[in-house]
Design a protein around this ligand. Sequence first.
Ligand code: BG6
Length: 478
Amino acid sequence: MKSRPENFTIVIFGAGSDLAARKLFPSIYELYRWGHMPEAWRLIGVGRAGQTHEAFRSYVLTRVMEISPETIDDRQRFEEFCERFFYVNTDLDHTDGYYALYNEIMNTRGEPGVCSNILFYLSTPPSLAPVIVNNLVRAGLGGREHSCPGWRKIVMEKPFGQDLKSAHELNRMLEAAFDEGQIYRIDHYLGKEPVQNIMVFRFSNGMFEPLWNRQYIQQVQITIAEEFGIRGRGAYYEESGLLRDIVQNHGLQLLAAVAMEPPVELSPDAIRDEKCKVLKSVRLFDRESIHKSVVTGQYEGYRDEKGVASDSKVETCASVKFMVDNWRWSGVPFFMKAGKSLARTVTEIVITFRCPPQNFYGEHGTAACTPNQVILGIQPDETVAIRFGTKRPGEEMVTDPVYMKFDYRTSFSEKGLTPYHRLLLDAIDGNQMNFIRRDSVERSWMIVDSIRDALDGTAPDTYPVHSWGPESGVRIYE
Ligand code: BG6
């Protein structure tokens, strides 16, 4: 286990949000339980719930009991944990509230270390981020202010902006108050163990990397499918849609991890340089070819969901053919399918290799070959599988595809950290490796904006719930 971090304060904007209740409070409690928290630390919730410190503590207890009761191993310990929670009441757009926050931060209650290091965590809709950052600066809480010595960092939840323009604007505002080294843009996929394993699998083994290019790989398929729909997030989905919700961040980050060059060293910036280079090589979309490369869908019944317009044209599924125009990948399609209400919940990456130049072992004398594949299972199975052909027992000389499989669950006894454990610890420790840098976030928006502009409001095709999306989706493979 790493040494404990220095004493610090976490300030959570949007302390009443679902994310805080579902992910942040339980993860922080577990980090506390496992001994990852320092001697002195505290959490200040900011919101407009009009509650006292005590009421905030019982709210946290109630919500965690409701959502993940298994987290609370020992109620007394959880209550002691909550003693470190404080609350500042304010509308997030009221400057005065930020002076109250300043005072709360400076009121260390005899634990001087805690005001030195401050982690601001924005668990708020993207539209509020500029307001919060502006107000922090006005109240003397910007990243370059030093009313207390120590570090200041800001964690930004996704979505980071709505398009290139808004993301750029948000970056500009942030940079006026914080250095890039203080900004932690979250994509929680980067905290998933099997996602981190993509780089390890590629760069710690000698046998795959020589084949990992256009000469040997025929195509890559990235699937991020969810069996469930929008789960009551109608208002959010109407503004966002699947391309912004999943493809811009999780999808393109997976693509970057598969396609990146080896970094010159294992430092956050060396890795982020390589990921950004891939994103810069992703071909932008145009109106002439968009229908050959992108198909969007909307599941039947989406328009009946709460908060959704009865004539909504928002996509809940997308199939996209990306091309990566660089020396390693020229001509290799990267297919991506992501969507809600699809046939099953699965995230995986299938790398399909070219067939050998001759095949003697096809069924009934055909030359058909079953190509080799490397299948990186991200969830629910955390696996790496290799598919190859093997002789079917018996008289005939024909091959059948078989799999060799590694499974995290059966190969290791220790449990990995969840994304929020890991990313919180990384942010506290100051490790930006698994956070998105400004150049990548903006390039990802440029790619998704080019899809949306080229689609130019084309209505998505409908698809039945629990199918693999609209049938028209096959055309991108032609
Ligand atoms: C979020 C999206 O970023 O990721 C959700 O907003 C999606 O729509 C979720 O369901 C998927 O995350 P996970 O970790 O549950 O696969």
